[in-house]
Each structure stands twice: as C-alpha cells, then as structure tokens.
Design a protein around this ligand. Sequence first.
Ligand code: UDP
Length: 243
Amino acid sequence: MSTNISRGELKYEGKAKRVYATSTPTEYIVEYKDDATAFNGVKKAQIGGKGAINNAITAHLFPQLEQAGVPTHFIERLSDTEQRVRAVTIIPVEVIVRNVAAGSFSKRLGIEEGTPLSRPVVEYCYKSDALGDPLINTDTAVALGWATPEQLSRIRELALNVQAFLVPYFLERGVRLIDFKLEFGTLQDGTVVLADEISPDTCRFWDAETNEKMDKDRFRRDLGGVEDAYAEMLRRVTAPAQG
Ligand code: UDP
C-alpha cells in the first residue's frame, strides 16, 4: 500500500505512542506502544497486543469519519503498530464527549455510573500530565491562548459529529459508547483536524447486552481479561453491522 517513508527524529513520546518526523515536513509517523498507564501515570503495565489493536481500530475508524465530514490527521496504516499522519500542532485541550455518566463525571457530580444523559455532554480538560488534565471551560482555553473561540466552536461541532457517527456505528456492532476523549490539532494553514486515536484506551465501551466493560477500565479497575477485551473490540469494530 505505501510509500517509502521512514522514521526520522523522535518528536514526542507520550504514554501510549511515539511520534516521529519523516523526510516530508508535513507528515509524521505515529507508533503505538503496548504501554498502559492509569491514574495519571501512577499505575503502569504492558497490555500485550494493545499497540497493534489501537493502531488497527484507529486506522479503521478515521477514514470513515473523514467520509462523514470530519477531517482527520490520518493518512494510512504503515505496519502493525505504525501509521502515517499529517503533521499537526496539537491543541492542548482534551475533549470528552459523554452519553452515559461514568468515571470522573460520576464521581464529581455524584451521579451513579450508567445513568444515561438526556443529551451529549462535551467537556474540556487542559492536556497536562503534570496537573492531571484538569477540567477547564472554553473561556480558560481562550484566555490562556490555547485556542481561539472559532477553533473551539469548530472543535465542538466536530466532536458532536464524531459522536453522531460513532454511537450508531458501535451499537450496530453490539457495543454501547459510554464516553470518549478526542484531541484536535491544526495543520499549517490553520485547519482544525481530528488527531490522536479512538480506541479502548480513550473510549468507554460496554457490551450492549450485558454492560460488560470492554475498554481500559478493565485495566484501571483490575477487572482482568484486558487483552481479550481489546481483541474483542477490534473484532467488533471491523465486523459488518449486525441486522
Ligand atoms: N480519557 C482519556 N484520557 C484521559 C482522560 C480520559 O482517554 O487522560 C477518556 C476515558 O477513557 C473515558 C473518557 O475519556 O473514555 C472520560 O474519562 P473520565 O473523565 O471519566 O476520566 P477517568 O475516569 O478515566 O479518569
């Protein structure tokens, strides 16, 4: 499929991925790792096969999101654990979209996990490991120069478009999408595009029949069966829609 492209200088190493420059200044290579962290890096382990699974899930979903009108950084999958992407400057705002109360939302507001929300909730966090990704609002992001009001309204629009695509997509494959986290970046001409990944590391997935957790909460909460859940999610994501 591809393309003679090879890794240059390591630009950035995060908890789950490495980003490399390439000989083309407008393109990067992203390498997905098996490393897993939770609770702001306090809990660490390897999840066997995770890098390849998250690469494959993201590579399956991003082109479909493009087709649905969401521009993304994704170009192509290069290998089991690598993908070729457009170089972006990441906007340091993590965007969380919620359909059902869970995790930090349930804790913060005292709402039982599993309570459906009457409309999607979009939340914003400052992307800072040192501070533990604190909750912010859009005024904060503008006042501190992280994004413009126009970029933030575009981000919200795109995040809700992602939501509108993904909820039925997963439901048709036996999965409830509880919540998920997105990151956006800007191309050199300023266009806002979806970046990062969409995977069991960044989404809460519950089995539609049993509500069994099929995502990183199995690792965070020591539920066991982590590798199996990731593998099953890859199988479902790449399966055709059920009747
Ligand atoms: N999430 C993420 N990275 C983060 C924080 C959250 O990918 O640094 C995802 C998480 O997997 C879940 C959603 O965003 O799907 C909402 O997470 P929440 O705010 O409830 O935080 P958590 O309970 O995971 O700390």
